[in-house]
Design a protein around this ligand. Structure first.
Ligand code: ADP
Ligand code: MG
Length: 456
């Protein structure tokens, strides 16, 4: 559940303000010694008073920095309860593997950069063997990795007040859940229990993290490199531009729906090989396939497939949008392609008694065009087979100059399309693939001469 400031109650906001004052602004270590000022998103993350909270979405949003600051919010002596001489605050920060943990400028390295210079002051000391910082208050901050489930045994008797997962999607859900059960404190300990995580989409944990935080009820604070004033934006953007399409979707656009998938219909190579510039050949005719959006989750998608004199088909353009004005989007799309000899506009016939309504409706709006409606046969996978076959057999190519985000969307849908209905429920509706199917069916239908449309 995306946390947006406007949805936070006044009471909670006042509490967040208090936490900000006490644990950040009046925090000697963070504000004066380390001289840290959190970014606005980080401030929300550091003060929102729930037990579980996720930070991230895109790369470079300051996730590692936020997790480290969060760990340091309660290490100061001023939090020692009256009548006691030691603070009970033990914090743990996890990475998935030893390599991840030891990477230069990753979270442990950053902690060392911040804290090792302070050893002389007596404020903190570090034990390298245990990767553990101990503060003069008695608070501790330990860094570990969790490569195997066996590693969980080490935490059997542990009682922790803060657990931070850096790059949460690298972890399986059971490790997060188990560690969560180690979050404990005695009743009189005033320090809040906090389970905090930072992550980009992608990785083995993409789906469970998405389900728990993004579409689920546990809050997350979205963050982006574009909102990080400490980064050289232009340089960072240039670096992200170099990534492969899938990773780029995840890191640059923060997409939780960019899966590698199973590629059961065509291979990734089939797809990549189909991307070409439009040919100079003579265009015979085109068909527009349309996938209407029935729910708010679906997208309205259109695909234009053209047949050339060489006998080859080209997916020359497409559009997919969640906007409501479907008619306008289709009109604009048709207008843009008025020179493509559009012979047919192919819709999906919706199930139900009124199944001809859509066809009549659209035909009424598009008197200059031939409108057909195909009734969907079989699963989406079965329906996509002919398109898959045309791509594999190099009879259908995709215009590589179509907007990259749309090509990525179609690539993902080819990647995750699956014959099992159950499996498809985990993914967004493959709207672009659907509209492509209808366009392709339209071309086939014309070629088989089953319509009254004359080609030339
Ligand atoms: N509050 C902050 N103050 C100073 N520098 C910051 C802050 N937040 C992030 N940065 C800097 O921005 C860069 C990216 O932050 P990092 O935490 O590594 O992002 P992520 O883990 O999301 O990739 C780092 O160089 C980091 O030092
Ligand atoms: Mg990081």
């Amino acid at each position: 559940m995306k946390l947006s400031l406007k949805d936070i109650s006044l009471k909670t906001r006042m509490k967040m303000h208090q936490i900000a004052e006490r644990t950040l602004k009046e925090n000697e270590l963070i504000s004066y010694i380390l001289n840290k000022t959190p970014l606005p998103n980080q401030l929300t993350f550091l003060t929102y008073p729930t037990e579980e909270l996720l930070y991230g979405g895109m790369a470079g949003g300051g996730k590692s920095e936020a997790l480290l600051l969060a760990a340091l919010q309660y290490v100061e002596e001023k939090f020692i309860p009256e009548g006691e001489n030691r603070l009970t605050y033990d914090a743990l920060i996890l990475r998935r593997s030893l390599d991840d943990l030891e990477m230069p400028n990753a979270i442990l390295d950053r902690a060392k950069q911040w804290l090792l210079p302070l050893e002389d002051t007596g404020l903190v000391y570090y034990k390298d063997l245990k990767k553990k910082f101990t503060f003069s208050s008695g608070a501790t901050l330990t860094f570990r990795y969790l490569a195997h489930n066996n590693d969980l045994m080490k935490y059997q008797g542990a009682e922790l007040q803060y657990i931070g997962f850096d790059e949460l999607t690298q972890f399986p859900e059971n490790q997060y859940q188990y560690l969560h059960s180690r979050l404990r404190k005695t009743e009189d300990n005033p320090i809040p229990l906090r389970m905090r995580a930072g992550t980009n989409p992608g990785g083995r944990g993409n789906d469970w993290v998405k389900k728990k935080f993004i579409t689920g009820n546990v809050p997350f604070v979205p963050a982006s490199y574009l909102e990080n004033k400490y980064l050289d934006q232009e340089d960072y953007t240039r670096q992200l531009e170099k990534l492969d399409p899938l990773t780029k979707q995840q890191l640059m656009y923060g997409s939780w729906d960019a899966y590698a998938g199973n590629w059961l219909l065509i291979t990734v190579d089939d797809f990549e090989n189909s991307l070409r510039v439009l040919p100079d050949d003579k265009l015979l005719f085109s068909v527009v396939g349309v996938d209407s959006a029935s729910t708010g989750q679906d997208k309205f998608a259109c695909t234009l497939i053209s047949l050339y004199q060489t006998g080859l088909m080209w997916l020359s353009d497409m559009v997919a949008t969640r906007k409501m004005n479907q008619e306008e989007i289709l009109f604009t799309f048709l207008e843009q392609h008025h020179d493509k000899n559009i012979k047919l506009i192919a819709f999906e016939r919706e199930p139900g008694s009124d199944s001809t309504f859509a066809k009549k409706y659209w035909q009424g709006l598009l008197p200059k065009y031939n409108v057909v409606d195909f009734s969907p046969q079989g699963s989406k996978f079965v329906r996509a087979r002919p398109v898959g076959q045309s791509i594999r057999e190099k009879r259908l190519f995709i215009n590589k100059d179509i907007k990259e985000s749309l090509i990525n969307e179609l690539r993902n849908q080819f990647g995750y399309i699956h014959p099992l209905k159950e499996k498809m429920k985990e993914y967004p509706s493959p709207d672009l693939l659907d509209s492509t199917d209808y366009a392709h069916m339209g071309v086939m239908k014309i070629l088989e001469n089953k319509t009254r449309v004359t080609i030339l």
